[in-house]
Design a protein around this ligand. Sequence first.
Ligand SMILES: C[S@@+](CC[C@H](N)C(=O)[O-])C[C@H]1O[C@@H](n2cnc3c(N)ncnc32)[C@H](O)[C@@H]1O
Length: 269
Amino acid sequence: MATADEEEGKVVMVRIGSYGGKARVLLVGEESAAEETMLLWGFQQPTLSKPNAFVSQSSLQLRLDACGHSLSILQSPSSLGTPGVTGAVMWDSGVVLAKFLEHAVDSGMLLLQGKKVVELGSGCGLVGCVAALLGGQVILTDMPDRLRLLKKNVEANLKHGNVRGSATVMELLWGDDPDQELIEQKPDYVLGSDVVYSEEAVADLVATLLQLCGSETTIFLSGELRNDAILEYFLEVAMKSFTVGRVDQTQWHPDYCSSRVVLYVLVKK
Ligand SMILES: C[S@@+](CC[C@H](N)C(=O)[O-])C[C@H]1O[C@@H](n2cnc3c(N)ncnc32)[C@H](O)[C@@H]1O
């Protein structure tokens, strides 16, 4: 549910779902998705910034402090050039989403404690691990061949006794029927970082979001501003079924902002 409470010209700031901050809602209209991508590329000028400010993709691990823990996320740089393989190394959008969640919880804008959280396309698993440290009952999902590294990272980073939530790993291919465990009780939150990167996958990704989400589910998606056509296509498809709002960088973790990254919050219409 989105409640409009501020309108300035065409910029409407609303609270979307269970997120306490306001997001810049994308108004439904023929040109809306195109306007959004023009705005992002015009103002943020993503191609002028460093490809990755927070991760080194040639390292075997990414170290990050979050929620009072020192996380060490294993990467597989050798898979980087393998055709069809993604999720073996981190990108900034994963770090931005993970640190946004921490910041939003710390500032009282978000409550993950005891909430059911499903992460899509978890890759190395940073976002889902942080959600579990913040108290979520998290199910991290990905394609079958991604699960080995994902499980390793979950086990290595959440083995301490003082994890507030929990984390399990499960296979989920977008477009396939989700396991009952994922949907018998609809998730409170669905998370995804850098999951909008291929035009072919957009329809399946949105189909999965529709299957997973109930009217009370809040989705956070962060993305890399790599390709305006793919993002525009995703927004066009998503806006048919979801209210989509962009979360301004002023609400992100102040030390983890990047002009190459965008963050959306969505709820089912
Ligand atoms: C670019 S990676 C992002 C990984 C991770 N979220 C991050 O930020 O580092 C995209 C992820 O989506 C997963 N993925 C791609 N297509 C998928 C599909 N059809 N079903 C399930 N997962 C998929 C990939 O395996 C990969 O882990």
